[in-house]
Design a protein around this ligand. Structure first.
Ligand SMILES: NC(=O)c1ccc[n+]([C@@H]2O[C@H](COP(=O)([O-])OP(=O)(O)OC[C@H]3O[C@@H](n4cnc5c(N)ncnc54)[C@H](OP(=O)(O)O)[C@@H]3O)[C@@H](O)[C@H]2O)c1
Length: 190
């Protein structure tokens, strides 16, 4: 099993959202996320799942974390409710942890069996949309853990004011096929 955390955070304050929204719009960042995750299995918190258009993302399986076992999914064939994060300690397969903040934090705080093996860290260096109302949501504890427990294994990829880097856990082996897929997805141009 390989767990990959994927996010785009704001430089300096590590904000990833204001209320339910991502406070920037960078089409190339969405495209990179699509290339990374198409054909893959995503993990999303219930709030993030609700923010996807029509509560879905085409060509992906989505595992929705919620404490509500009766939560109604938009697509019962491709989506599944998971009520206990411990499920991911032993599950088979590759999982792209796609937010939001409470989900990233739960994986990073969950001990060695839950911590992501790989992080795709995108950092937006522009200004946050000042018109958005709501509480800023940040992932600073995850960034502190990344700086302490992971090492950068890629170059800095810079595109449209976003710098993307790939990190792996110090002292751990990672699946080379997964790593190759990640690097190819970042480097692809469409
Ligand atoms: N910039 C980025 O890369 C990025 C990516 C994704 C999201 N975001 C942003 O992040 C923000 C949302 O983050 P958030 O922290 O508010 O919400 P969230 O993590 O998406 O979802 C929170 C919900 O997940 C469920 N949950 C949380 N921990 C759980 C656990 N351990 N076990 C089972 N279920 C659990 C709970 O659902 P129930 O209440 O149903 O029990 C909780 O209310 C939004 O602004 C969104 O736009 C940004």
């Amino acid at each position: 099993m390989t767990k990959i955390a994927v996010w785009c955070r704001h430089q300096g304050d590590n904000v990833i959202g204001i209320g339910p929204n991502i406070p920037w719009h960078i089409p190339s960042d969405f495209k990179r996320f699509r290339r990374l995750t198409e054909g893959q299995t995503l993990i999303a918190g219930q709030t993030t799942y609700e923010s996807f258009p029509n509560r879905t993302l085409p060509n992906r399986k989505i595992l929705v974390l919620t404490f509500n076992p009766d939560y109604e999914l938009s697509d019962t064939e491709n989506h599944q409710v998971i009520t206990d994060i411990k499920y991911f300690k032993e599950a088979e397969g590759n999982f792209y942890i796609s937010g939001g903040a409470s989900i990233y934090k739960a994986f990073f705080a969950g001990g060695s069996k839950l911590m992501p093996d790989i992080i795709v860290d995108s950092m937006y260096c522009g200004k946050i949309n000042p018109d958005l109302k709501g509480v800023p949501v940040d992932i600073s504890p995850c960034i502190e853990s990344m700086n302490k427990n992971y090492r950068q294994i890629s170059q800095d990829y810079e595109l449209d004011n976003v710098i993307t880097t790939v990190h792996i856990r110090k002292g751990e082996f990672v699946d080379q096929d997964v790593l190759k897929h990640i690097i190819e997805s970042i480097e692809a141009k469409d």
